[in-house]
Design a protein. Structure first.
Length: 312
C-alpha cells in the first residue's frame, strides 16, 4: 500500500494542507468545521502520518481532533523544518510552501513516529490517588487527639510515610501534565490566574476535562455552583447549590477564598456583593461561579488571565 504523508501549516486563522506528491492544496479555517475537513481527508486517504509544526498553541485543537480520530500524527520542531527547507534551497516563506515542505519532511526523515495525545485516564487515576492520600493524612491527624504517647508515635510515623507518598504522587501528577501538550497548555493558562496554584490547576485539568467546551450555564451546573430551584406546588424554597462534582467544587472553593484576597477582579466582585447586603456564604458562592466561568472562557479562547474581565 502506498504511504501517504500530509503536511499542515498552522496559523491562527487557517490551516494549509498538502499531501506529499499531490499538486493540489487545501486551505480551511482553523476552526471546528475546518479541522473536521482535515480529519476527514486524513481518514479518507488513510494517512501514514500527518505532521505540523508545534508553534504558538494554535495547533492544539487540530492535534486533539486527529488523535481522537486515531490518525497517526506528529508535531514537529520548527527549527528542524526550517533547516530541512534550507538544505533543499527553499528560502521563501509562504504558507503553501511550508505545508509542502512539512509533507516532504514527513516522507523523507527516517524514524519519524506518531505522537498521539496521551489518554487522560492516567492523569485522573493519579489525581484520585492523591485525593485518597490527603484524606488518609487528615484522618490520621485527627486520630492523634487524646491518644497515648505510644500510639501517637505509631500514628505520626504513618503520617510521615503518607506525606512521603503524597510528595511522590505530586511529582507524578506534575510529570503527567508536563508530558501532555494539551494538559500543559491548560495548566499554563489556569495558573496565570491569581488564586489558582498547581494543585487546583491539576484538579481542574484532571477532573474537569469539559472546561472550555461548555457554555457558562452548563459548566456551572456541571460543577455544582449554579443555584437550583427547590419549589413544590405553591411553595418556593431557597435557591441552593448541590450535586455536581464535589472534588472540583472543593478545589474551586479553596482557590476562590484566596482569590477574594489576592485577585483584584474576584476581590472587587466579592466586596461589591457584601456591600449590597449579601451574606458572605452567598457572595463566596457567586465568586466561585464567576471564577469558574472566566476560567472556562480562558480555556475556550486560549487566553491568559486579564484583570479586565468584567463581572458576570
Amino acid at each position: 500500500m502506498e504511504k501517504v504523508y500530509i503536511g499542515i501549516d498552522v496559523s491562527k486563522e487557517s490551516l494549509d494542507v498538502a499531501v506529499h506528491g499531490v499538486k493540489n492544496l487545501m486551505r480551511v479555517k482553523n476552526d471546528q468545521s475546518g479541522i473536521q475537513k482535515v480529519v476527514r481527508l486524513a481518514v479518507k486517504r488513510n494517512a501514514t502520518l500527518v505532521c505540523f509544526e508545534a508553534t504558538g498553541g494554535y495547533e492544539m485543537p487540530l492535534y486533539v481532533a486527529l488523535s481522537e480520530a486515531n490518525v497517526s500524527v506528529a508535531p514537529l520542531n520548527p527549527r528542524q523544518v526550517r533547516d530541512f527547507a534550507r538544505s533543499m534551497g527553499k528560502l521563501a516563506k509562504t504558507d503553501t510552501i511550508d505545508a509542502r515542505i512539512i509533507a516532504h519532511f514527513a516522507s523523507t526523515v527516517p524514524g519519524l513516529k506518531s505522537r498521539p495525545i496521551p489518554d487522560t485516564q492516567e492523569l485522573k487515576g493519579i489525581m484520585t490517588r492523591r485525593n485518597q492520600l490527603v484524606e488518609m493524612i487528615t484522618m490520621e491527624s485527627n486520630r492523634l487527639r487524646g491518644v497515648s504517647t505510644d500510639l501517637s508515635v505509631s500514628i505520626k510515623a504513618h503520617i510521615a510515610w503518607l506525606k512521603q507518598q503524597l510528595d511522590e504522587i505530586n511529582g507524578m501528577l506534575r510529570s503527567s501534565i508536563d508530558q501532555d501538550p494539551v494538559c500543559r497548555e491548560k495548566d499554563d493558562l489556569l495558573q496565570s490566574t491569581p488564586g489558582i496554584g498547581p494543585t487546583v490547576s491539576a484538579a481542574l485539568v484532571a477532573q474537569l476535562p469539559e472546561l472550555g467546551n461548555l457554555n457558562r450555564r452548563q459548566i456551572a451546573a456541571l460543577v455544582g455552583v449554579a443555584p437550583l430551584n427547590r419549589d413544590s406546588g405553591m411553595s418556593r424554597g431557597k435557591r441552593i447549590i448541590w450535586g455536581g462534582r464535589g472534588r472540583v467544587r472543593a478545589a474551586l472553593y479553596m482557590s476562590t477564598l484566596v482569590a477574594t484576597r489576592f485577585n483584584p477582579v474576584i476581590r472587587n466582585f466579592y466586596e461589591r456583593l457584601l456591600s449590597a447586603g449579601k451574606a458572605k456564604k452567598v457572595a463566596l458562592t457567586a465568586c466561585m461561579r464567576k471564577l469558574l466561568i472566566i476560567l472556562n472562557a480562558m480555556i475556550k479562547h486560549r487566553t491568559v488571565w486579564s484583570n479586565s474581565h468584567s463581572p458576570v
